[in-house]
Design a protein around this ligand. Sequence first.
Ligand code: F6R
Length: 244
Amino acid sequence: MRIIRTVDYKDMSRKAANVISAQVILKPKSVLGLATGTTPIGTYKQLAAWCAKGDVDFSQVSTYNLDEYRGLSHEDVQSYHYFMRTNFFDHINIDLANTHVPDGSNPDADAACREYDRMVAEAGYPDLQLLGIGRNGHIGFNEPGPYFSKGTHMVNLTESTIKANSRLFDSEDQVPRQAYTMGVQTIMYARSILVVANGEEKADAVYRMCYGPVDPQCPASILQLHTNCTVIADEAALSKCPRA
Ligand code: F6R
């Protein structure tokens, strides 16, 4: 694992955007695995700014998002479909037909998840997978549990995740209780992984991801076994980790 310490959120976002830009410049037809959440918003903004200047070109890129709430339409403002359009895709020169998010509007969990696995496999898996990390060490919606998950599957969200995500809804009751998520095994198939993290509330999870035992009780800890994983995190998120 490569760990890059940044002074603050802005620095984290610029460095992460640099890594993603380099990937796309080196391979214009890159397959990117993408994440939602608050952490990557600055990275997406920076990439959009560079794209507007002509410094990075997404016209041949295809993307596969990690997860989506079950039961929300693609137009629902709380859906990850909507999040990706408004925070990223609408601001870059990507072909929307090349962007993919699990189909949360399909109530048939097995069919929706099987179809997503088929599409990700057919694309050859991401060249670069961008990840955030939950306070409990989750990646995608792969919550702590007795084993590491495999392919795309439906999950029941934990109380802590529902609570954390409720800040984006009017009330906790409105947070969907289920989601479809890429599995940990699929995430590990990516040829490179970039984790972004900021803020003190992520410090425990970041420590366990980088230095704890590889344990499904902290799903992100498996990233220690990936051969090309980079963590870009600010001082606060790395405050519990030893300085290299
Ligand atoms: C979102 C996702 C989640 C988030 C994590 C951190 O697609 O996969 O694992 O990355 O919950 O979320 P933020 O960045 O909001 O702290």
